[in-house]
Design a protein around this ligand. Structure first.
Ligand code: GTP
Ligand code: MG
Length: 202
């Protein structure tokens, strides 16, 4: 699985406005600052395809990036940005939920979880909602290159990853697939590409 081409296609505010060519897609979601844009850039090996400078909590769009002219990576607004107004913070309840439930070409939601810190309540809530609604999802652990730090709970990424999976176990009938990644070292890049190729070929 290789990426030889990637291009930004469009930003949509409603599910109905998303591209209608029927190509399969994978959506990246996660807390603000979890590393969504960095991961997207790492997958397509382009430093700046997805803007890492966008103001967190402000993006209210579904951004479609077409890869190899045959599938999409979708960048969604980050959630849980503490300083955003309440109505923006809870906005995923509206159009992101609608997108998850009604986008027929959505193959899997990639829920990004920061592996350098302990599980956050909002991430557990998000995973719970996806599980309850049987939205197909893959757990993508980010920042796995980071060393353990006392101020971050003093655990290694592997330990945080295991704990997170333990905490969400009851939300799913079968445990979702998971991949450990880093936008810095490109760890997990090939595994993600292979995973997406396998899901597309179902
Ligand atoms: P928003 O768009 O604000 O929701 O954030 P985002 O999820 O797109 O995160 P972004 O990719 O902008 O990265 C946020 C910060 O984390 C930046 O300072 C990145 O350099 C850093 N970062 C992202 N991925 C990694 C990673 O894998 N390892 C390390 N060490 N830092 C990372
Ligand atoms: Mg971003």
């Amino acid at each position: 699985a290789q990426v030889f081409q990637a291009e930004f296609i469009k930003s949509s505010v409603r599910t109905e406005d998303c591209p209608s060519d029927g190509l399969p897609e994978f959506a990246l979601v996660g807390r603000s600052n979890v590393g969504k844009s960095s991961l997207l850039n790492s997958i397509v090996r382009r430093k700046k395809l997805a803007l890492t400078s966008k103001k967190p909590g402000k993006t209210q769009c579904i951004n479609h990036f077409k890869v190899n002219d045959s599938w999409y990576l979708v960048d969604l607004p980050g959630y849980g940005y503490a300083s955003a107004p309440q109505e923006l913070r809870t906005d995923w309840n509206k159009f992101t939920k609608d997108y998850f439930l009604n986008r027929s070409t959505l193959v899997s939601v990639f829920l990004l979880i920061d592996a350098s810190i302990p599980a956050k309540k909002i991430d557990l809530e998000y995973a719970s909602w996806l599980g309850q609604n049987q939205v197909p999802m893959t757990l993508i652990f980010t920042k796995c290159d980071k060393r353990k730090k006392k101020k971050n709970g003093g655990k290694r990424p592997e330990e945080n990853v295991n704990e997170f999976q333990e905490l969400i176990r009851d939300f799913f009938e079968t445990a979702p697939p998971w991949i450990m990644t880093s936008g810095v070292t490109n760890q997990g890049r090939d595994e993600m590409l292979l995973h997406m190729a396998q899901l597309r070929n179902y």
